[in-house]
Design a protein around this ligand. Structure first.
Ligand SMILES: Nc1ncnc2c1ncn2[C@@H]1O[C@H](C[S@+](CC[C@H]([NH3+])C(=O)[O-])CC(=O)[O-])[C@@H](O)[C@H]1O
Ligand SMILES: O=C(O)C(=O)Cc1ccccc1
Length: 246
């Protein structure tokens, strides 16, 4: 059911902008694992972190959930009574498969947290009070001018003591750091079987739709949104994850 990602394997006369469609959804677990250094660690740790901050009877959001990898980890780790997960994505191909994966998890493990998968634009959602919000590799796909507003809404919806887990690809102000970490990221992709052509075509496909920020930009914006403390807990090459504390 999970196909190998060969989307950019053949030469394309014109590479179009990256979209989360059926073709991507079908290969997504393979694509993200071979493309994002540290992805399995970030997913498992997202569950562990959620387990530390989820309070009894509270909601947990997974925004831009794709196939629900973080939601699955959250359901394995959170032990607080009466919690519920709301997983949201605006791509119908992702939402459909996400529901299938979560049903399969339900069939394998008893007494998992209830989860609701919504097909919706996270910019249009009215968030309910919650203890944990996960935004893993999704803010980078949101129009830059809308990012602060989204983080403010998340901050406002968090209960006292609540946290945001934010994972992103990073941009670097220092050109040496930026080019060396990009080189290492491409070496990671090559080591995972991607060809130079695949790497180059994917780069073209994402360059107009995925716009990473620097760590400083993330910090300042999170503070501006209200977060009292921002703690980076993970970095592998040019990918990182932060916890924002209310
Ligand atoms: N406005 C939006 N509203 C809702 N969803 C959106 C929006 N914009 C983008 N998305 C969704 O955000 C997801 C980003 S992938 C997240 C990986 C996942 N978190 C994972 O940890 O496996 C990141 C990546 O592929 O690099 C896609 O499923 C989009 O449809
Ligand atoms: O592939 C890349 O270069 C990335 O930066 C990560 C990524 C992973 C999956 C979809 C889009 C981008």
């Amino acid at each position: 059911m999970i196909d190998k990602d060969r989307i950019y394997a053949e030469p394309q006369t014109q590479v179009s902008d990256f979209v989360f469609d059926e073709q991507v959804a079908r290969v997504f677990p393979d694509m993200i694992k071979r493309s994002v250094p540290g992805y399995p660690t970030v997913m498992e740790s997202t569950g562990l972190i959620a387990g530390q901050y989820a309070t009894p009877g509270s909601l947990i959001y997974d925004l831009g959930c794709s196939l629900g990898a973080a939601t699955q980890a959250i359901r394995r780790h959170v032990r607080a009574d009466g919690c519920r997960v709301i997983a949201v994505d605006n791509a119908s191909a992702m939402v459909e498969r996400c529901r299938e994966y979560l049903s399969a998890q339900d069939a394998m493990i008893e007494e998992l947290l209830p989860v609701e998968v919504l097909q919706a634009d996270i910019l249009a959602l009215r968030l309910q009070p919650c203890s944990v919000v996960v935004l893993n590799f999704t803010l980078q796909f949101i129009a830059p001018e809308l990012r602060l507003g989204l983080l403010r809404q998340i901050y406002e919806s968090l209960l006292p003591g609540g946290v945001l887990i934010l994972s992103e690809k990073l941009e670097f102000a220092d050109s040496f750091t930026g080019s060396e970490l990009q080189r290492l990221h491409y070496a990671f992709k090559r080591a995972n079987g991607y060809s130079e052509l695949e790497i180059a075509q994917k780069r073209t496909a994402i360059e107009r739709v995925m716009l990473p920020d620097t760590l400083d930009t993330h910090r300042l914006r999170l503070q501006d949104a209200g977060f009292a403390q921002v703690v980076p807990w993970f970095q592998c090459f040019n990918f990182c994850s932060l916890i924002g504390f209310k």
